[in-house]
Design a protein around this ligand. Structure first.
Ligand code: C2E
Ligand code: CA
Ligand code: CA
Length: 520
């Protein structure tokens, strides 16, 4: 088959499909893993936020207990209660200092004893919690102050930011954690800031404490999903690549099979694209039509009419030649049967047969079916077997040829002179015709040696009582020479090229008196 732009296009489409089949499973697998990773990170952030809330609540419980214990002492002189303040600091974990308030004035501190500083309740988120970035004692250390106030009495207990930052770091791991109290927030670096908290683009989770006035935020930096996948999924990635490679291989193989030349032949056979063309064979003496040779053409939907030498070798190789020949015989039968009254009996119908078709008795059935479509004696079926591919003599082939002979089927040796059939062979298979190859005919008048071979073949066939068909007769000179040498039948462009069934039908129908008048 000619390699055309269509085939090149098909090939690049096949490559594209192979590529897609390889890449798509990998891409969709990566997509699924990405979703899975996002879910895992979401869950991780949610759990970490919950854990942080619990831990900070636990720490604040200590400050709350200290403040609750000290509140009744508010109003008493500092000297009298300062030991009690220090006692709470020592007793309660995480509590750094305690203070007493009277009328919104801090008047007693566990650190300094007597003291005086106004307390602004508005500094405290929901009146209870104030996240500070330090005090005069430790200017750069975060502090979380818990305030308890009842009437004129008040108590403050302070949590050291160092513990809070530690918790953020230890619980967080890969997760970014923030502790937010009102407008201030604390990160794992221990710094308190009032600016808007940094964005956490991946798996952001916010959780508020139900017991204290703070909330926490957990999430991950940009690109964490991919980093997580790179950390956790390498074995799955390898598996995906293996899947992709297998899918690509399968796609490649399936397409190759589907588009292999023999598959294309099968498709064409099923689509009825192999059609008979008929070339007249005329009698040597009066040049009247003696019959036709059936020549296969591939009516390809894109390539147009394809010559048989381009696909017959492949059909023979793939074994499809047998069903193709059967289809050809069926079509020829359907074409010629209605024309039977117009055919001059015995009208020879030559069919090209390959050696493979002679391996069993199926050919006999095909011939029987063919002949059954015509009134007896109207058509003589001639099976043309090329001399280049001779049939191995075997009991089955002998039986086949005997039965074919009984059926009235004739045998012609095609391309005679180009192979090496022996006289014994010709007799063994009951050969009726020799078809002289067109190369010898073409040499008439040109090459003395070829003419000599031609003369010998003609002489030999006369001795063996075989009839001769000369192929490829193109000139009047050739025709005259062959007729002068008593060649029985002539075939060639001089008398008619192979034509479609429709044209053959038209030619036959148009002839004035088909059974007796020459058609050409
Ligand atoms: P072939 O059986 O020798 O058929 C004769 C070939 O010579 C045909 O070629 C025909 O068109 C061509 N021909 C006829 N007269 C002339 C002429 O005057 N000059 C020239 N130059 N050529 C002429 P085609 O149809 O192309 O077929 C080629 C070959 O393909 C056939 O050679 C035959 O071996 C094979 N073939 C065709 N149809 C079938 C088939 O149905 N089955 C099998 N097995 N082979 C087939
Ligand atoms: Ca032939
Ligand atoms: Ca031939």
């Amino acid at each position: 088959m000619p390699l055309s732009a269509t085939q090149i296009r098909k090939r690049s489409r096949r490559n594209l499909i192979t590529l897609l089949c390889g890449v798509l499973p990998v891409l969709s697998g990566v997509g699924i893993l990405h979703i899975q990773a996002e879910r895992t990170l979401q869950q991780q952030a949610r759990q970490t936020a919950g854990e942080l809330v619990r831990q900070v609540e636990l720490m604040l419980d200590n400050t709350a207990l200290a403040a609750r214990a000290l509140l009744p002492l508010a109003g008493q002189p500092c000297e009298a209660v300062k030991l009690a303040l220090r006692d709470q600091v020592t007793r309660r974990p995480f509590v750094r200092s305690t203070n007493l308030i009277w009328d919104d004035t801090l008047y007693c501190s566990s650190l300094f004893g007597e003291f005086e500083e106004p307390v602004n309740p508005h500094n405290y988120h929901q009146g209870t919690l104030w996240l500070m970035d330090g005090n005069p004692v430790t200017p750069d250390t975060a502090l979380l102050i818990y305030r308890l106030n009842e009437g004129r009495q008040g108590a403050l207990a302070t949590l050291d930011g160092y513990h809070l930052a530690n918790v953020l770091r230890l619980i967080g791991g890969e997760t970014r954690l923030l502790l937010q109290v009102g407008p201030s927030w604390l990160a794992a670096d221990g710094k308190v800031r009032q600016t808007p908290p940094p964005a956490q683009p991946v798996a952001r989770n916010e959780l508020a404490s139900s017991r204290y006035a703070f909330n926490v935020e957990a999430g991950f930096d940009e690109g964490e999903t991919w980093r997580y996948m790179a950390r956790e999924y390498p074995p799955l990635f390898s598996l995906l690549i293996v899947f992709g490679a297998i899918a690509a291989l399968l796609a490649h193989w399936t397409q190759k099979r589907a588009s292999s030349p023999s598959h294309e032949l099968l498709r064409a056979l099923e689509a009825g694209e192999f059609v008979p063309y008929l070339q007249p064979v005329v009698r040597g003496d009066d040049k009247r039509w003696a019959g036709v040779e059936v020549l296969m053409r591939w009516n390809h939907p894109k390539e147009g009419l394809v010559r048989p030498d381009l696909f017959i070798p492949l059909a023979e190789h793939s074994g499809l030649i047998v069903p193709m020949t059967q289809a050809l015989m069926r079509q020829t039968r359907q074409l010629l049967a209605p024309l039977a009254p117009l055919l001059e009996a015995p009208f020879h119908v030559g069919i090209n047969i390959t050696a493979r078709h002679c391996k069993d008795l199926a050919l006999l059935e095909d011939c029987r079916e063919f002949l059954a479509a015509f009134p007896p004696g109207v058509v003589t079926l001639v099976l043309e077997l090329t001399e280049r591919e001779l049939i191995e003599p075997s009991p089955v082939t002998h039986q086949l040829f005997e039965l074919l002979h009984d059926l009235g089927v004739k045998i012609a040796i095609d391309d005679f002179g180009t192979g090496h059939s022996s006289l014994g062979y010709l007799q063994q298979f009951n050969v009726d015709f020799l078809k002289i190859d067109q190369s010898f005919v073409a040499m008439i008048g040109a090459d003395a040696l070829s003419r000599h071979i031609l003369d010998s073949i003609i002489e030999l066939s006369g001795k063996l009582q075989l009839e001769i068909v000369a192929e490829g007769v193109e000139t009047v000179e050739q025709s005259d020479y062959l007729t002068a040498h008593n060649v029985n039948f002539l075939q060639g462009y001089l008398f008619g090229r192979p034509i479609s069934g429709q044209d053959f039908n038209a030619a036959l129908t148009a002839a004035k008196n088909p059974p007796t008048t020459p058609l050409d």
